[in-house]
Design a binder for this molecule. Structure first.
Ligand code: HEM
Length: 368
């Protein structure tokens, strides 16, 4: 075996021929355009492998604790991939608008919108269809993946296969979180409710103290009233969020699951120093980091696009930059975990943990 053959470099270097499959007829700009896209697709491939591997870890009951650190490593690898990938848009920005326009029109209706692997990443993470931003004429993102004249395509087959590969990472992780033992060695509804009540009490006291401070500093009675109303809304929203009453249309089972996921996320973050909670807390933190990295990737893509083609219609037929900015704003998978960030408390005012000994590696002997 030698390097050249093992890495298949010869095959790799023969893939940048463009529409006519003849690289010698292409400008350097077009070869840059094709190559950077190919590099991206390779990164997406690696990210997908890690998402599936992590999903498989959480799709076990019980999740073996010895596998949590490996899942965290998977998430960290995906974060690094997306962070590095975002910086590649700088290479695309070496294309001037005029240079890109030289070959752009022949690409219509092709677009990154048809990247099956990006859709696979979204699907495997658990992005809900209802969240998707419609692309004008396209009925669904699946339509755009079809071949000429609406024929099935390998891109479509890939995405459909992923869609039938359940659960998503979100479903698997959330299922695991709902089993978090809050206030004791095993999960119980009462333990969860007791914790939420104690936490909300502490939250209310803290918010009220801040509200009074802000009201005292207010410049007028009108301002003070507005501040009071804002804090009162925040306190009510915290309670509605934690008890999953923020979506009255949801059925009882959905609400219970949401409540348990949110309670687990607050509990794990609040008492993260306890050794048996530490890895689970790390998982949640990494999921947020991962989603943040993907959002930043989307935003970076949009800024590159704005620089290269301005706010014109995309080759895929979308409004272009506006469409991309909307996806960066709306495409969130782990909303519950983000939501928790708004109501976490400082360590000194947290209610004490009941059955703390259940979360330590070993029980300390406190006898004199
Ligand atoms: C000059 C370079 C580029 C331009 C002008 C550009 C422009 C656009 C535009 C306007 C869209 C919106 C859909 C449409 O109407 O076509 C889009 C979507 C997309 N592009 Fe690019 N792009 C460029 C390079 C890249 C690169 C290097 C990647 C890396 C894979 C990429 C990945 C994507 C993806 C995944 C989407 C779908 C986003 C979504 O629907 O959430 N693009 N691009």
């Amino acid at each position: 075996m030698n390097y050249w053959d093992y890495i298949r470099v010869e095959q790799l270097l023969a893939l940048q021929g463009g529409i006519g499959d003849d690289e010698s007829k292409l400008t350097n700009d077009e070869v840059v355009f094709i190559t950077v896209h190919q590099v991206y697709e390779l990164w997406f491939k690696l990210a997908l492998r890690e998402i599936v591997q992590a999903r498989n870890v959480f799709h076990q009951n019980p999740v073996p604790d010895v596998q949590l650190s490996a899942a965290v490593r998977s998430f960290k690898r995906i974060v690094t991939i997306f962070e590095q990938a975002a910086s590649h848009f700088k290479v695309v920005e070496t294309l001037t608008t005029r240079d890109y326009l030289e070959f752009r029109d022949q690409l219509i209706p092709a677009s990154g919108f048809q990247s099956a692997q990006v859709r696979e990443v979204e699907v495997m993470l658990g992005l809900e269809d209802a969240t998707r931003v419609p692309l004008g004429k396209q009925k669904s993102f699946l339509e755009a993946l079809k071949g000429e004249g609406g024929k099935p395509s390998s891109a479509l087959v890939r995405v459909q296969k992923r869609m039938s590969d359940r659960p998503t990472l979100k479903e698997a992780v959330y299922e695991w979180l709902t089993r978090t033992p809050i206030y004791g060695g095993s999960h119980s509804e009462q333990g969860t409710i007791d914790f939420l009540r104690a936490f909300l009490n502490a939250h209310k006291k803290d918010a009220e103290a801040r509200m009074h401070l802000a009201m005292t500093a207010a410049g007028s009675v009108v301002d003070a009233d507005e501040i009071r109303a804002r804090y009162e809304r925040e306190m009510a929203a915290a309670e509605a969020f934690l008890f999953a009453e923020d979506d009255p249309a949801a059925d009882v089972e959905t609400k219970r699951k949401r409540r348990d996921v949110r309670a687990a996320a607050v509990f794990l973050e609040s008492y993260r120093e306890l050794p048996r909670l530490a890895w689970a807390r790390e998982v949640i933190d990494c999921l947020l980091e991962l989603e943040q990295a993907i959002i930043i990737w989307r935003q970076r893509h949009a800024r590159m696009v704005e620089r290269v083609i301005g706010r014109r219609v995309g080759t895929g037929g979308s409004s272009g930059v506006d469409y991309l900015d909307e996806t960066a704003l709306r495409y969130r998978v782990f909303n519950d975990l983000w939501g928790v960030r708004a109501l976490l408390l400082r360590a000194p005012i947290l209610p004490p943990v009941e059955h703390e000994e259940a979360y330590r590696f070993r029980v300390e002997d406190k006898s004199p």
